[in-house]
Design a protein around this ligand. Structure first.
Ligand SMILES: [Fe+2]
Length: 438
């Protein structure tokens, strides 16, 4: 157990909790989804996916598997990238439909984070009714809580980044505020995660890069997050937040995920035929999902929400979406070098070790160099995978800094999970430092 957890003088949380779904990983296992549903005696499932996957081979494979297992499956594909509250409510309505008086008794999700998160939100409303926005923490919502298990949910990711198949959170855009917020609840954890790296073989390079940096930041944010025993004690162990801070378990999986990023990210992005690299990135995404599902992210994710809130007239090649859109992983990583330069002043040794896992050259580095060592390695990885050059690469300049910070400061729980405190001015300074790196 790392020394940052050995602080007998501190009166913070005295325990951490680990939760994860039943997890299977392997090439070709999407075709087992029907048999896996039989384990829960499912007879009629809703298959959540997006409109593009709905017409493709992955959904065909899942549907055939369900049919072979004698399970009726009905597709719900009215899901867009960056799911919103309206999408979730339509998904919940869909779950309420019956056929010959037979209700759905389970959900299979086949897709990226948008699909899996929509399924989680729809399952919540199906179980408990009301509007999804009621479940966001105040002042966005009423802070309502899911009080009972939802239907069995078998999540099958088709990108190597989200990790949503292994977490008890869902990220949903609130249309009226044009911003994404998080709902976390232990009952949102999928029943099973079925991770088939074959699903990533045909992804375009920039999708692998964007999702790869999402996984990289999940792992790095967990590894550098505030330690769990620096968070407040909980009165009721069942009320322990998923954002519980860094702990020995999340450290272990985050370290492994960072090593995978170091070894395989550039290869997996730049060579679509490199199946080893793409499989490893899928495994890394799974590990990083488990890490952040048991720790919580911090400033890079919190500050990404300002970007997706204010983006305008930006579309990204390789993604089938016409409206303004910056992929989640890009919105996270463009700020990351500037942020880790700031947070390293709080926990230099953690930042140095994270950089080492990512393959940084830290010869002769002292604790005061920690931020620079880690930032430099991230910037090199960004360059090697043709990522945008900071905020300026996605259409922002110094005139946007105040608005970006004002938007992101609302992500108070994630900001509080950072190793170093930050206020509005600190966020403005970090956005300024993130405008351009090279
Ligand atoms: Fe993420």
């Amino acid at each position: 157990m790392g020394c940052q957890y050995d602080d007998p003088t501190h009166d913070g949380a005295n325990a951490f909790t680990v939760a994860m779904p039943r997890l299977s990983f392997g090439r070709g296992i999407l075709s087992e989804v029907g048999e896996r549903c039989q384990r829960y005696s499912l007879r009629r499932v809703a298959l959540f996916t997006d409109p593009y996957l709905a017409k493709g081979p992955l959904v065909a494979t899942a549907m055939q598997s369900l049919k072979d297992a004698g399970i009726e499956a009905v597709v719900f594909s009215d899901i867009r990238v960056e799911p919103c509250d309206d999408t979730v409510m339509r998904g919940a309505d869909f779950l309420s439909t019956t056929s010959s008086n037979t209700a759905f008794d389970g959900v299979v999700s086949v897709g990226g984070g948008s699909v899996i998160d929509t399924a989680k939100g729809a399952l919540l409303i199906h179980q408990q009714s009301g509007h999804i926005n009621d479940y966001f923490a105040p002042p966005i919502g009423q802070g309502k809580s899911l009080q009972a298990p939802v239907l069995p949910h078998l999540a099958c990711p088709t990108t190597s980044g989200t990790g949503s198949e292994c977490t008890s959170i869902t990220v949903i855009r609130v249309n009226s505020l044009n911003t994404k917020f998080v709902i976390a609840n232990p009952y949102l954890l999928p029943t099973e995660a079925i991770v088939d790296p074959q699903c990533c073989d045909s992804l375009p390079a920039n999708v692998v890069a964007s999702t790869g940096f999402d996984l990289c930041c999940h792992a790095l944010e967990c590894f550098t997050a505030k330690a769990y025993n620096q968070h407040a004690k909980v009165a009721n162990p069942n009320a322990r937040q998923y954002i519980q801070g860094a702990n020995p378990f999340s450290d272990m999986v985050a370290r492994e995920a960072l090593g995978i990023v170091n070894q395989y990210l550039v290869r997996g992005v730049n060579d679509a035929s490199d199946k080893e690299a793409r499989s490893q990135l899928m495994w890394g995404a799974t590990l990083a999902g488990i890490a952040f599902g048991n720790c919580g992210t911090h400033l890079p994710h919190a500050m990404s929400y300002g970007i997706t809130h204010l983006m305008d007239n930006i579309t990204t090649d390789g993604y089938k979406i016409d409206s303004p859109f910056i992929p989640h992983g890009i919105s996270v990583v463009v700020n990351a070098p500037a942020i880790f330069n700031y947070t390293a002043q709080a926990t230099a040794e953690r930042h140095i070790e994270g950089a080492q896992c990512l393959g940084a050259d830290d010869k002769g580095a002292t604790p005061t160099d920690a931020g620079e060592v880690l930032s430099k390695r991230l910037i090199q990885l960004m360059k090697d995978t043709s990522m945008p050059n900071g905020l300026s690469g996605v259409g922002f300049d110094s005139s946007h800094v105040k608005a970006l910070a004002a938007s992101s400061i609302r992500q108070s729980r994630a900001i509080a999970n950072a190793p170093r405190e930050s206020n509005l001015v600190d966020l403005e300074n970090m956005y300024t430092d993130a405008i351009s790196y090279w």
